[in-house]
Structure formats: structure tokens, C-alpha cells
Ligand binder design. Structure first.
Ligand code: AVJ
Length: 327
């Protein structure tokens, strides 16, 4: 009996067939180098993001929690609309801490709905399927493990009830503006007239406030970014020396783009399976975009995707918005 390491797996095709491997190699062999921030969230990345959410500088989670806590009734009434039965579908549910506020209100007010959390992580879905019926007795839940649009189509096949889609936490910010527009259009195409979207979006604000959130003094964001290199080491047999990379974040108030990079501190070579990647000193890997919008730009995003913007709910500082759009 033998155990196969990630590096050995490259000799058969298990690893090279893997989407993560292919995306990493494609990103690190292109000019300029890049990695996809969707790969931040392995078990270690989930833990670091939890840590980030409770750090001093990272404000978006607290802002959205405030909105859901202080305006629960108004948001839920808008969602319930005519009081017909509906499916509440959450894209990227995570641990559902924020949506639980809404779910509890909806259950307490006898709304007729089924909660369908969609997540790419199987762990997340089995966790929610087990824990939510305990924390929220009476909830009807059907977790869907897979890609957003595939699972949306599956949800549409299961029932023809009205759909209310939750896309929270400014996850839309991880797409550049053009991609975000395309995403909203595709989402609209997967919905029917009368369906709704509740979308959480981080707003443009004092640039120093934004930058601090992505460059925290405690260095959690740095560890969060370096974890992707460590994940490549763990899962793809890489040999990144993470002490040879530094985190660099920048925010451009004109475009609202906040971007993170890892900077190579030396001329160095990194092996990933059978691939060797060369870095020059000061060369960057583009890691993540966290796009910010003005409230008016949020409405424009809705209308260009053929949604009708209905409501905007803000925290008291107006740093974050949860918007309701109707298909
Ligand atoms: C989970 C995508 C909303 O972009 O603000 C936090 C991820 N990256 N700090 C964000 C993140 C760096 C976060 N989102």
C-alpha cells in the first residue's frame, strides 16, 4: 500500500486534469501573472476569512449585519411581496450568519418559503442541512452543492414557485465591472418576471477606509493571500517559499477598484508538479479585485441587466447597500 503525494499524482492524470491545477498553471504562465481569488477558500482560507471579518479594519460584514439587524422587517416585507409561496435561493451561502437574520423573521411571520442555499463547498451544504433545522425549527431547507447557474437551473426544475435570490457580502465585487454586468445579465436570464434579487454591494467611500480594510495592520489579509500559495503547495505539490512574497493592496477612488497583489521579493523559481515558474524580483501576481460602486452605479447595474431596482437599504454610515431588484 502506498500513499500518493500531490507531486506524484502529476505522473498519472489525476492532478493535471484538475481545474484548480489548470487554472493555477494558466495564471502563473501568463503575463502578467495572476491567480483566481475564488481559490482562496479552502478550509484554511475559510478560517482566515472568518478572522478577517472580525478584525478592526474589515468593515463590510459589520455593515451588512447592521442592515439586516436594524431593517429586518422592511427587507422581509419587500421580499414577501404579495405573500405567495416562494423559493429563497442563496448564492454562496457560507455559514449563513447574515441570512439567518432574515430566515428567522420570515419563519416567525409564517412566510411560505423553502430555503435553497447554493455553495461550491460540499462542507458548507452538509453543515447547513444539519445545523439550520436545529437553529431555525420549522425551516424547509434544500441545500444545493455546485456552481451557481447550474444549481439555479436545478432549483427551477424542482419547483415553479417565485424565486428570491440572495447574493450577499459584496461577493459581486470579486468581478471586474464588465464581468459583473455579464453576471447580472446571466442571472436575469435564469429568472422569470416577478422574481427578485437581494444583492449586497460595498460602496465607494473614503479611500483610506477602503484601503485599510484590505491592508489590515494585523496582517490577516496578507496571510489570506499567502494562503493561496500554501494551498498550491499542499494540493498541487508546489514549493512556494511564502517568506519570499509580500502583500500589496491598492485602491483607486476614481474607478472604485481595490486590488491585491503578491510581490516577489527575489529572483526565484517555483516548482508546481512538473512545471517550473520563474519570478523576477519585484514581479507581481494579481490576486483579487474588490470592486466598489456608488449607490447610483448600483441602480445602473440593475437596469443594464434588465432588472428594476426597487429598494436600497443602507447602514448608518452609508458604507454598504443591500439592494432589491425585480426581474
Ligand atoms: C468575500 C469577496 C466580499 O472582497 O471584500 C476580504 C474577500 N478579500 N479581504 C472582499 C476579501 C480580502 C471579500 N469578499
Amino acid at each position: 500500500a502506498s500513499t500518493t503525494t500531490a507531486a506524484q499524482q502529476t505522473t498519472d492524470n489525476t492532478l493535471t486534469d484538475d481545474q484548480f491545477y489548470q487554472d493555477v498553471i494558466a495564471g502563473l504562465t501568463s503575463t502578467p501573472k495572476r491567480l483566481d481569488s475564488k481559490y482562496f477558500y479552502d478550509a484554511q482560507g475559510d478560517k482566515l476569512f472568518q478572522e478577517l471579518m472580525s478584525c478592526e479594519e474589515y468593515y463590510p460584514t459589520n455593515c451588512e449585519m447592521e442592515i439586516f439587524t436594524t431593517q429586518t422587517a422592511e427587507i422581509c416585507k419587500a421580499i414577501i411581496a404579495d405573500g405567495d409561496a416562494f423559493d429563497l435561493i442563496e448564492l454562496g451561502a457560507g455559514d449563513a450568519t447574515k441570512s439567518t437574520r432574515l430566515l428567522k423573521y420570515l419563519i416567525d411571520n409564517n412566510a411560505d418559503f423553502t430555503y435553497l442555499p447554493i455553495d461550491i463547498s460540499e462542507n458548507v451544504i452538509s453543515y447547513l442541512n444539519i445545523t439550520l433545522p436545529v437553529t431555525l425549527p420549522g425551516i424547509k431547507i434544500e441545500g444545493l452543492n455546485g456552481e451557481y447557474f447550474q444549481m439555479l437551473k436545478k432549483a427551477a426544475a424542482i419547483s415553479n414557485r417565485r424565486k428570491v435570490v440572495l447574493f450577499l457580502g459584496s461577493n459581486i465585487g470579486n468581478m471586474p465591472v464588465e464581468a459583473a454586468k455579464g453576471f447580472c445579465e446571466e442571472l436575469r436570464n435564469n429568472l422569470s418576471a416577478g422574481d427578485m434579487l437581494l444583492i449586497g454591494i460595498d460602496l465607494k467611500k473614503n479611500p483610506a477606509t477602503v484601503l485599510a480594510a484590505y491592508n489590515d495592520k494585523g496582517g490577516i489579509t496578507k496571510r489570506f493571500n499567502l494562503n493561496l500559495l500554501e494551498r498550491i503547495n499542499r494540493e498541487l505539490g508546489g514549493d512556494f517559499n511564502t517568506s519570499q512574497f509580500d502583500h500589496y493592496a491598492m485602491y483607486d477612488p476614481e474607478t472604485g477598484s481595490c486590488k491585491s497583489y503578491l510581490i516577489s521579493l527575489a529572483d526565484q523559481e517555483v516548482n508546481i508538479g512538473h512545471q517550473t515558474i520563474s519570478f523576477e524580483r519585484d514581479e507581481y501576481i494579481y490576486m483579487e479585485i474588490s470592486q466598489k460602486y456608488a449607490a447610483q452605479e448600483v441602480n445602473e447595474l440593475a437596469t443594464q441587466a434588465k432588472f428594476k431596482p426597487l429598494n436600497q437599504f443602507f447602514d448608518n454610515k452609508k458604507w454598504f447597500v443591500d439592494a432589491i431588484w425585480r426581474a
